[in-house]
Design a protein around this ligand. Structure first.
Ligand code: ATP
Length: 202
């Protein structure tokens, strides 16, 4: 799947509705210090489900909402939408009947955030899995911030393996395996209980 558009409104310094068209291939963002380059990358991570406020340079999630300047009042709402071009039908099966997918996340001050896929409300987990299966995601190595290249080169073998696994598209499988293991454990617990009850009956 190809990212085709990023729309922001009220997100960090992007207070007015802003649309960025993303063309195929590698995208670089250039501009003077403080113009909002990192904020754009953070918007992309945020809409893909980033849950750590720290990783998008805030102390809490509400910090992504435009905080106001000396000339403009603050906002109570931030919204980011990411449009994916799925004309090649490469999205995970559950979403593959759409030629275009629009994932949006919206946050209201003190009320938390909500996600939508093509206008339909979904859980954060659905968004995480959609991107994990598409081999991208909030923590994807495809998003390279300042200093990241050095960090990848200097990272430990184990961390580098995680990066390669994500790039290879198996991060979603790991997450499903973890869930399956938890369910298996719960089922085993139930079996032990059934054995106990049978033991008492006989
Ligand atoms: P640099 O090259 O210095 O890293 P940059 O182009 O990456 O800069 P960012 O760090 O993305 O810029 O943008 C920083 C700007 O965003 C600052 O001017 C900061 O005041 C503004 N900003 C960040 N969060 C908010 C917010 N919640 N509300 C309003 N403005 C914000």
């Amino acid at each position: 799947v190809q990212f085709s558009k990023l729309r922001l409104s009220g997100f960090k310094s992007f207070v007015d509705p802003t649309e960025m068209v993303i063309h195929p291939g590698m995208t670089g963002i250039v501009g003077p210090n403080g113009c909002g380059k990192s904020n754009l990358l953070e918007a992309l991570r945020w809409v893909m489900g980033e849950t750590s406020a720290k990783l998008i340079r805030g102390s809490e999630m509400d910090d992504v909402i435009f905080a106001g300047t000396s000339t403009r009042p603050s906002r109570n709402l931030a919204e980011v939408s990411l449009v994916l071009d799925n004309s090649q039908r490469l999205a995970p099966v559950a979403f593959n009947d759409h030629a275009e997918l629009e994932i949006s996340r919206r946050i209201e001050r003190e009320a938390g955030s909500a996600y939508r896929i093509n206008g339909k409300e979904v859980r954060a987990r659905d968004v995480h899995l959609l991107f994990a299966d598409a081999s991208v995601g909030a923590r994807s190595p495809a998003l390279v911030g300042q200093g990241r290249i050095g960090a990848i080169i200097n990272s430990k073998a184990r961390d580098r393996r995680a990066i390669l696994e994500e790039a290879a598209g198996i991060a979603g499988l790991h997450s499903r395996r973890h869930e399956a293991e938890l369910r298996l454990k719960a089922a085993e617990g139930n079996l032990v209980r059934v054995d106990d009850v049978m033991g008492q009956l006989t």
